[in-house]
Ligand binder design. Sequence first.
Ligand SMILES: Cc1ncc(COP(=O)(O)O)c(C=O)c1O
Length: 475
Amino acid sequence: MLRYERLANELGSLIASGTLRPGDRLPSVRRLSDERRLSASTVVQALRQLEDRGLVEARPQSGFFVRHASAPRPEPSARTTLESAVQVDVTQRLVRILQTSTRPGMAPFAAALPAPSLLPVAALHRLYAGVARRHPKLLEGGSHINMDEPALVRQLIKRSLSWGGPLAAEEIVITNSCTEALALALRAVTQPGDTVAVESPGYYLMLQLLESLGLQALEIPTDPRTGISIEALDLASRQGKVAACLLVANASNPLGSVMPDDSKRRLAKMAAERGFTVIEDDLYGDLHFSESRPWPIKAFDVAGNVILCSSFSKSLSPSLRLGFLAAGKHRAKIALQKTIISGGTNPITQHVLAEYLESGAYERHIRSLRRTYERQVAAMQDAVSRYFPASTRLSQPQGGFVLWVELPEEIDTMQLYEKAITQNLAFVPGELFSPSGMYRNCLRLNCGNPHTPEIESAIHRLGSLFSTSQDQISG
Ligand SMILES: Cc1ncc(COP(=O)(O)O)c(C=O)c1O
């Protein structure tokens, strides 16, 4: 790397990480050249490169300043029409996207995964070693059917006090991941052919689960701020045809919306009155950007038919494969399903989690992780605002670390995905978030990685790809 490029990257990192903020003045050319022992022309070359990348601007007589992102982009448009229930068919397309997007060298914008550097891996390693040493009998068999390690159940109940709990020990099942929790809940409360109401746009893995279980998906309009429309759900469930509602009430994936408490209360009441089950995925509940933790719908459950599912995949490590559900009155059926499908949940991991939670380390870790995700999302929003076509709309997530982008109507993101991967750029095309194939001009971006100059440059290239396509289409 040339000297000027090294300096440009260094300053670019300070901007991306928020150390240098929009409007800040950069040190003068003379100061940079003195401090870094570089010639003035090398420093100027570095600053010009940052200018070309849209990160700084030169102001006559004053020097170089960190640029403000372009005007904030409007939020994605909310759909209002209620479609009919449809069969789901996303798996083939999705598998191909997720496979290609994880090739070495791909910009990591597809799967919603945190950067390894953000995870407390060393602490977890120490705990695994300690637990294995102190509990040698765990691998001797017998504990293979354990799905409710008391030490962990106790910690989960304690944590639930921060969001309107407590959960009851008798309703908790420890699972292999949130995905398993969702699958078990669906299997317990639906029959093939049933209709399940989902958010639109909604998380593709939930759609895949419906597909694999032969369930129909009913897309419910979802507001980018306030989540699923209670009015539409009310209308859709009037005739008793909805067996379950499967949703992410806190920091939805992909919109990042959080349902207001009143909507959560109304949904819990509606489900009790109409006899359908709410299956809520609260994976991002701890990763909120607000002052206090948003409550899950479970906190408003009056009839035991809200099933809360979650895991530690986005906060500690996706490889732990440790989740849980609080099943309300469906606990016995769910435990039976779990026994049939996977037996218990790794007992060592259950102990590791219990100790990590008990030590207070989890609380400290997520306090700083929340701020990190929030910063990364903001940096990605700035970059998208700088480089994507002028009429692009952008979500304002209230938690988590994904961003939903709505491009001009004429752009087809599934088509452009093919081109993008040839340039090592990956993302998830919008149509995979809708069983009826809406959102062809949308995409989801993972913001789980620190916003480095490499990430900035990849977003720049992705923006150019979309702008070029738009120019070609409009001739
Ligand atoms: C909303 C939501 N639920 C579940 C999962 C998967 O969680 P796990 O790794 O625990 O199966 C994800 C991962 O992206 C997610 O975004």
